[in-house]
Ligand binder design. Sequence first.
Ligand SMILES: Cc1cc2nc3c(=O)[nH]c(=O)nc-3n(C[C@H](O)[C@H](O)[C@H](O)COP(=O)(O)OP(=O)(O)OC[C@H]3O[C@@H](n4cnc5c(N)ncnc54)[C@H](O)[C@@H]3O)c2cc1C
Length: 374
Amino acid sequence: MTRIVVVGAGSIGSCVALRLAEQGAEVVLVDAREPADGLSAHGFGWVNAVDNGFEPYYRLSAEGLRAHERLAATTDGEPWFFRRGNLHWADSAEGARRLAGIADGYRAKGYPVEELDAERARRELQPGLALDGLHGPLLYYPDDAHVISDRLVSAVQARARSLGARLRTGDAVTGLLGSGRVRGVRLASGQQIEADAVVGCAGRGTRELLGHVGADVPLVEPGDDSGITVRGLLVRTSPVPVRVERVLHAPHLSIRPHSGGRLVLHCHDVDEELTEEGQDPAAAEKVLARLAEVLPGTAGAEVTVEDAFVGVRPMPADGMSVLGWVPGAESLYVVVTHSGLTLAPVLGEIAAQEVLGEPSGMAAAFRPERFAAA
Ligand SMILES: Cc1cc2nc3c(=O)[nH]c(=O)nc-3n(C[C@H](O)[C@H](O)[C@H](O)COP(=O)(O)OP(=O)(O)OC[C@H]3O[C@@H](n4cnc5c(N)ncnc54)[C@H](O)[C@@H]3O)c2cc1C
């Protein structure tokens, strides 16, 4: 039986571990911390086909939506995947032009986008929506989806464990065994786990992990000169008295339904002011203050911040996913990407297939070699 260690029990590592276990591999999924403490479990969880101008990435994320459906059909417990669309609107002429341009790009690919007026949006999609400064139509993407990300991670891990995968948390990988050919991992506890292959799904820990074999996948770092803001605040509210069923992208606030009537909130402009990871209750109050401007039914309802998690996006330097065998380190495979909640199920399928010996055409555009060549 093939023995595989998967490093990182976020959304991606959990999906990789599950697909490997399904195919009969002996899997150990290792994480330095508890799964509920990581970025994936706190994630915003908008699942969409990403049109960033690179066709293979669009195809990968569009397949990601289908892979969520395949995965959700196999896990037990509370549902975590909801194909209920995403509503987007602007409050300035410039914003409306920008959203119209994005929508045109999706339509050209055959990805459905509908235009709604305020009355129809309130009647059919979100009663009580405040749209006073609305410019242009509301844009509705019915094929978009969202996940309750902590449920996703635990449901996938539960299924992987039911198939024999072992989960080891609170024990960081501090080294890789073998030279030239990786033969397993060394843990902070001093233990070693031998394996036929190691799959690095360590998110922001990827560079350090690859550093053990002298390899690297450059990631955008907080505060570097890339112009990309990678630090981000995810605010989870207490239960709200308004029913929200789908992702809402208001001009200055993004909203995703969470379990028990809670919401997860995110603001891009607030991300730009963050200076460190961890909890940031002051910034979270700023985000929460915007909720009643979008959903006035939440005003005066004692809605509080339950969690104010600041994480860092694992964003490869060119913005695209990275997956494949690490150059110069036989038996070490790496998967790291932004949009990891959208992509985890499809990357899990692809990585498991490749690690077990069958290359995937869909992965060809995303190899780590591109950085070595640069
Ligand atoms: C504000 C914000 C909003 C976002 N919105 C979305 C969105 O709407 N849709 C979407 O698809 N994506 C979104 N993302 C991105 C998404 O959250 C990430 O791409 C995804 O969670 C990454 O998953 P992962 O499994 O790679 O990483 P993680 O969830 O970070 O998991 C990696 C794990 O590896 C472990 N690890 C690292 N090093 C080691 C080591 N040496 N030994 C053992 N364990 C180790 C860590 O402890 C961690 O648990 C957002 C991110 C942010 C910050």
